[in-house]
Design a protein around this ligand. Structure first.
Ligand SMILES: Nc1ncnc2c1ncn2[C@@H]1O[C@H](COP(=O)(O)OP(=O)(O)O)[C@@H](O)[C@H]1O
Ligand SMILES: [Mg+2]
Length: 153
């Protein structure tokens, strides 16, 4: 199932993250697609906040993996931006479909490590603070999450 919404502010995108947060379970993988500045890290920060992670989520462009264990569910945040054409045998697979929820920015750069089932979120900058956000699940669990979003946003 697929659903597209428009976020009109950074706060709204974080609100979407907060709405999604309690719906995840261990092993879930979320692929974040979109250009630089589209809002991928902002959305992840909204998830972290709702999971009661205390540290601020900053863009992990220079850290490929950030782990947040203080929340109700471990949150793993991978930014694969710097892995284009690199050796990706870094042990990241331990965090993908691991004991927490894993958000992945630039998933196309670690394609061989991606599972078959995931929630895909594509963000597009529509100018100023407007972002088009498309959610698409490819199993019943993720479809249910997308359906919840459809009812609320
Ligand atoms: N509706 C919106 N949703 C998300 N971010 C927004 C929005 N409007 C403006 N912004 C700004 O766009 C930028 C998004 O940056 P970031 O989340 O780091 O993007 P990415 O991780 O996709 O490169 C931030 O500076 C944020 O304040
Ligand atoms: Mg980012």
């Amino acid at each position: 199932m697929k659903y597209t919404l428009i976020s009109s502010s950074k706060a709204k995108t974080q609100e979407l993250g907060a709405f999604l947060a309690p719906r995840f379970r261990a092993g879930d993988v979320v692929l974040l697609k979109g250009d630089l500045g589209a809002g991928k890290t902002t959305l992840t920060a909204g998830v972290a906040k709702a999971l009661h992670v205390e540290d601020d989520v900053i863009s992990p462009t220079f850290n490929i993996l950030k782990c947040y264990f203080k929340g109700t569910l471990p949150l793993y945040h991978i930014d694969a931006y710097r892995l284009e054409n690199q050796n990706i045998e870094l042990g990241l697979d331990e965090y993908i479909e691991g004991d927490g929820v894993c958000f992945i920015e630039w998933p196309q750069f670690i394609a061989p490590l991606l599972p078959d089932e995931y929630l895909s979120i594509t963000l597009t900058n529509k100018g100023d603070d407007k972002r088009e956000i498309t959610l698409e699940g490819n199993n019943a669990h993720f479809d249910a999450i997308v359906n919840d979003v459809k009812g609320a946003f």
